[in-house]
Design a binder for this molecule. Sequence first.
Ligand code: BES
Ligand code: MN
Ligand code: MN
Length: 455
Amino acid sequence: MKSLVYINDHKQQFLDELFALLRIPSVSADSKFKDEVRNAASFLKEKLEKAGADTVEIIETAGHPIVYGEKIIDSNLPTILVYGHYDVQPADPYELWDSPPFEPVIKNEKIYARGACDDKGQMYMHIKAFEAMVASDELSCNVKFMIEGEEEVGSENLEAFVKENKTRLKSDVILISDTGIISNETPSITVGLRGLSYVEVELIGPNRDLHSGMYGGAVDNPINVLCDMIAKLKDENGKITIPGFYDKVEVLSDHQRAEMAKAPFSLEKYKSDLALGDVFGEKGYSTIERTGIRPTLDVNGIWGGYTGEGAKTVLPSKASAKISMRLVPNQDSTEITKLFEDYFKKIAPSSVSVKVMPHHGGEAAVVSTESIGYKAAEKAMSESFGKIPIPTREGGSIPIVALFQKELELDSILLGFGLDEDAIHSPNESYGLFNYYKGIETIALYHKHFAELSK
Ligand code: BES
Ligand code: MN
Ligand code: MN
């Protein structure tokens, strides 16, 4: 395939361009970076045009813009819709980075920067694979690109765009690189993602902060109460205690679980990579199952009272926490949020009042391994990695995947190349050079195989 030669000949250019994209701090959550988010969109528009897309638009939304581009070569050929996101998570806490998050560097064959893996590095592979195929006159499918700037804040405006643009988005498969593989020696294809219900809670006790000596012991402390209530949400076996929480959870057969257990996994390595004394999770399930097929609940942040230097004796008026629940197929995020709210209010003592504020959510998704889209991915990876990839279910969420299933009636092929060690959302996020180039090659092969299998 000539495209593979092109990729090999343009490695440095492909890397320089990714570096330029990584230098743009397109943090969608923080309004201070609003202009930078737009700069990233403009950057992509220009690169898509240069790569050979015929029409590229920056589409305004109520939030950050969507970059949409396409190249339709022949209406008789299959169409691949590529989805990715150019926004990134906040880089905080900056002091934990070994080099500045928006000044990419290479160390130990890896690119270090916020967004290196999630998702700029992975999304940009598609634009470069496309460039290689166009330049080599090997484009075998029509291609549509939809790259959004709000994935990390819940994709709400993209949801509206998808609902209103079903004809424009009509395609035969959706291709996304925003997930991971087991390792570079054990390639895998993600076939399941968890859903998400995310709430912020606030407890209010006395109408003002109090002297903890004058009032301590006589007035309930909202932080103490919050800790107590959070502790009640899970039992000692790691089961969530919210009534009805598990009612709709998809139950996997013993056969399916046995298949999942075949994927190589070392608990010792997992523990040592994370410097853990031990793992913890729902009793009766393996670590892979705990993230892949079981729901969970976690506090993501908790605050209240005095956290500055020194000691201030205060009995705070308020306490807050941000709580996420990762969901599995058949659980409905709206329903789960409601179950949480009802239970959380029920277990609150009358010494505090409770507010529950829902944030964005999304549904879990599972995709078929029987489709042409999946088979093409299997072939492409087998060719580029020299090994047949294993289907896996991952714990993260890409809510738009379930929405694509519902609105466009299409499965997404989750052809990701990230590794656990890439530390997405964490300080010192990275992406391997091997993975960047291997990803570009695999995507080019995907287009070829998808066209052939579609015949
Ligand atoms: N790319 C991730 C999702 C992901 C990570 C899938 C690892 C599989 C493995 C995505 O950018 C992300 O971070 N999603 C958010 C959800 C969103 C609604 C904020 C998440 O999972 O927290
Ligand atoms: Mn992502
Ligand atoms: Mn992310």
